[in-house]
Ligand binder design. Structure first.
Ligand SMILES: *Cc1c(COP(=O)(O)O)cnc(C)c1O
Length: 378
């Protein structure tokens, strides 16, 4: 059993998922080929409308990738050079990159030790008269504490941009019982359809989502060369399009998004149950206000043997990854901030380890992974 399982375990298994959904996806792609409507074909609008319905957003604005989505979101707000954007140091570089590209200033703050999301007290301490935006990242598939973040934003008159690249479909419950989808709670949300994301296409893709129609229109215009009417340009924009082939793939996959989340949760539950109680290993925390769509299943290895475990698993044919090995404030590109101390983030960079997580994990594979981890700790 173990030999067969080990051969086929992947961190993300796009191949098996594609094979399972191939007839409908191929048909949708073939339709685009037949119509040769590669850019701005009807399927792009159709997918955007379907995603808007799925997450209950007034507007979904498609674009070329998740990094562009973040850039467009920040461009759509009324910001000026030097304005400060508070975000997490424990995220992918894209979140911070666009802030700098636009002449804004990223202010990195620490995260919670349990859900890895931006820490509220840290945000509060970092707010200055120059702060204009709070940019929480819903890391690994779980929403940040949006009720508190929105209250803080309101108090200080700040915009909230949600980086939802890892949490599309996650649902947050407010204390009054209201439920909202990740990306639809702040002024504007952004997401990525990179192939390995929970809703991934066969190339690059991204989108913004908002309930603010004025902001949505502005974002749409910016993504399209600053133009509302073709060849008339009112503001400086960029060229950021989701192409029709990607939209066709996404429109088919969207039908399965809830099932994808259920499959990921099933795998996570298997890991939870089989890895609980191991001294030195902490399974992922479940936030009480948010569902988890498990973009990653990220454990903390607290006995100092994280890298040793990773190597051990590697030898047994089990991929495991460290997201993220170097916090943003410790990156060469941000060396001006190297004296900044964010203890929780820095500790997490040394302890986190993500296990294979995707929609196609078999019980045989999960069992092999858990048995092998237990073997390491014995
Ligand atoms: C993937 C990702 C992005 C960027 O998305 P791309 O489509 O690769 O540009 C941004 N933020 C986070 C948190 C991500 O995981």
């Amino acid at each position: 059993m173990s030999e067969i399982a080990a051969e086929t375990i992947r961190m993300v298994d796009l191949a098996t998922q594609y094979k399972r959904l191939q007839p409908s996806i191929d048909k949708a792609m073939q339709k685009v080929l037949d119509e040769t409507s590669f850019i701005s074909g009807p399927i792009v609008k159709e997918f955007s409308a379907n995603l808007a319905t799925h997450i209950n957003a007034k507007q979904v604005i498609p674009c070329a990738n998740g990094t562009d989505a973040l850039q467009i979101a920040l461009m759509a707000l009324d910001l000026k050079a030097g304005d400060e954007v508070i975000t997490s140091a424990f995220t992918f570089i894209a979140t911070a990159e666009v802030i700098v590209l636009l002449g804004l200033k990223p202010i990195f703050v620490d995260v919670n030790a349990d859900d890895f999301n931006i820490n509220l007290a840290a945000i509060e301490k970092a707010i200055t008269p120059k702060t204009k935006v709070l940019l929480p990242v819903h890391l690994f598939g779980q929403c940040s504490d949006m009720e508190a973040i929105l209250a803080l934003a309101k108090k200080h008159n700040l915009y909230v941009v949600e980086d939802t690249a890892q949490a599309i479909g996650a649902e947050y419950t407010f204390s009054n019982g209201d439920k909202k989808s990740a990306g639809t709670m702040g002024n504007i949300g952004t997401t990525s359809f990179f192939p390995s994301k929970n809703l991934g296409c066969f190339g690059d893709g991204g989108a913004l989502m908002t309930n603010d129609e004025t902001l949505g229109k502005k974002a749409m215009q910016i993504a399209n060369h600053g133009s509302k009417v073709r060849y008339y340009h009112d503001v400086i924009g960029i060229n950021s399009r989701l192409d029709s082939l990607q939209a066709a793939v996404l429109n088919e996959k969207l039908k399965h998004l809830s099932d994808f989340s259920a499959r990921r949760n099933k795998a996570a539950k298997f890991y939870d149950e089989n890895l609980k109680g191991i001294a030195g290993l902490q399974t992922p925390f479940r936030s009480k206000n948010s569902t988890h769509v498990f973009h990653q299943y990220t454990m903390q290895i607290t006995n100092g043997k994280r890298d040793e475990l990773k190597n051990f698993l590697d030898k047994k044919g089990i991929p495991a990854m460290v997201y993220y090995p170097l916090p943003l404030h410790k990156q060469e590109v941000f060396k001006a901030m190297k004296d900044l101390s964010l203890p929780v983030t820095e500790k997490l960079a040394e302890t986190v380890l993500s296990l294979p997580m995707h929609t196609e994990l078999s019980e045989n594979q999960l069992n092999y992974i858990c048995t092998t981890i237990k073997e390491f700790f014995n």
